[in-house]
Write a protein that binds this ligand. Structure first.
Ligand code: UD1
Ligand code: MG
Length: 449
């Protein structure tokens, strides 16, 4: 049966003490709402509906960057979780299948847990995800009779004996679309918070003779983020897992605790990552590559056998071919560096294509920006760019061509040519010595006087 996701992302997150809507705070380089979307993607949903309330435009933009087909529905007043889900009623009216409700502030739900919820739908009309936290705190409590779920009671509304229950509500629900919305229209708001509670659909379902069941997951998966401290804790949990995954997948991490991964970092086998490396979003490192210490990468692809760093920066669109060398204090942006090319020291290469085996000397700069437009630089295979060459784009240096050190290259250089674009040297015999003597004498005279 097909499935649609409803992701609740309308809350303001006032406890974050932030002008940014809570669901846009970053965890491992991706907004919280995107984590929830990616978790739900494992169900291969037919439709994705995101309920937004605070920061509508910004949240919608982040959602659409991740999935242009996701539907945004605005909940203009936050009247409770049932009211939030109910906002999806119209857009799902013609959908025939299951609805899974996810919370945008709960980023660690695993595909296995979502699969288990879908599987449990074969036995129950309504499936709730529960968990046994170390500290049940103020979570809603699941009231069971054997395997059957009778109802969910919010902490605020619970009696002492209900508060003693240790099985808690994660908030996630899975039910058929028609049953879910029929139940939602009956949820009231006479409770301690005056809100429309989504968990109330359980008791309503039972009244109507529907069955409700529970699937449980480890507490780590239901970690909800309401404060900066919880966000920091989630980040450290994420990083610990990502480091373990990288090691298990065959990477060498010399100092795992100093390496920061992004949600989508892909690291191959026999990759070595030295200490203090930071991965932003969108990085793939293929088998056998080495990322040396203090390197920062985002939106980059590093092919087999390449060596990057120490102290390198790969920005979005950096495409490194096999066995490329990128050395210290080199920045690469939106540039394709073909197999075996070397850019080893103090260089900026942006909006460029560098041919196979080319060598860019220390201090090479592609002058790609004229203050308004960006322009491209092309360097052919096997070219040798002398140290401190300024390549004023748009410009092309041919294959096997050479530029003299210190050149400012403003015109295309044909294949195999030597281009010198610098002032001719003028040497005055003895003048250096005389100049220094005069300066030193002037200094001595000043100190005396
Ligand atoms: C909810 C559950 C509780 C459960 C807990 C797990 C209810 C009534 N209670 O409580 O049983 O143990 O989650 O963390 O559902 N939201 C909206 N619109 C609204 C209200 C909420 O979009 O009108 C969103 C929030 O942004 C958040 C999610 O729904 O992402 C949960 O809301 P929240 O207020 O955090 O519910 P809890 O009090 O934590
Ligand atoms: Mg909450």
């Amino acid at each position: 049966m097909s499935v649609s996701l409803v992701i609740l992302a309308a809350g303001q997150g006032s406890r974050m003490a932030s002008d940014l809507p809570k669901v846009l705070h970053l965890l491992a380089g991706a907004p919280l709402v995107v984590h929830a979307m990616r978790a739900g993607q494992s169900l291969d949903p037919d439709r994705v509906v995101v309920i937004v309330g605070h920061g509508v435009n910004d949240v919608a933009q982040a959602v659409h960057e991740e999935n242009p087909d996701a539907q945004i529905v605005v909940q203009s007043e936050q009247l409770g979780t049932a009211h939030a889900v109910d906002q999806a009623r119209e857009v799902l009216e013609d959908f025939d299948g299951d609805v899974v409700v996810l919370y945008a502030d709960t980023p660690f739900i695993s595909p296995a847990t979502l699969d288990a919820m879908r599987a449990a739908r074969a036995r129950h009309d309504l499936v709730v995800l529960g968990f046994e936290p170390a500290d049940p705190a103020r979570y809603g409590r699941l009231v069971m009779a054997g395997d059957a779920l009778l109802r969910i009671v919010e902490f605020k509304d619970a009696l002492d004996e209900e508060r003693a229950i240790t099985l808690c509500n994660s908030g996630l629900v899975c039910a058929g679309r028609a049953v879910l919305f029929a139940l939602l229209s009956e949820v009231g708001n006479t409770n301690a918070s005056g809100e429309y509670y989504l968990p109330d659909i359980v008791a309503l379902a039972r009244d109507k003779g529907y069955s409700a069941g529970v699937v449980t997951c480890p507490e780590a998966e239901t970690l909800g983020i309401n404060t900066r401290a919880e966000l920091a804790r989630a980040e450290s949990i994420f990083q610990a897992r990502a480091r373990t995954d990288a090691l298990e997948n065959g990477a060498t991490l010399q100092a795992p605790d100093t390496v920061i991964f992004a949600q989508d970092t892909m690291v191959g086998r026999d990759v070595t990552i030295e200490p203090y490396v930071v991965f932003g979003p969108g990085v793939t490192v293929e088998n056998g590559a080495t990322i040396r210490a203090f390197t920062h990468l985002e939106g980059a692809h590093v092919s087999r056998g390449a060596i990057v760093g120490p102290y390198a920066r790969l920005r979005p669109g950096a495409e490194l071919g096999e066995d490329v060398r990128i050395g210290n204090f080199v920045e690469i942006k939106n540039a394709e560096i073909a197999e075996g090319a070397k850019i080893n020291h103090l260089s900026y290469v942006g909006d460029a294509q560098i041919g196979a085996g080319a060598n860019l000397g220390a201090g090479t700069v592609t002058c790609n920006y004229d203050g308004v437009f960006k322009h491209r630089t092309e360097i052919g295979a096997g070219a040798f760019i002398g140290s401190s060459t300024m390549l004023v784009a748009p410009v092309r240096v041919g294959a096997q061509a050479v530029t003299g050190s210190g050149s400012v290259i403003t015109q295309d250089v044909p294949d195999g040519a030597l281009a010198l674009g610098r002032a001719r040297q003028d040497t005055k015999p003895g003048l250096g010595q005389r100049l220094m003597d005069r300066l030193r004498a002037a200094k001595a005279a000043r100190q005396k006087g």
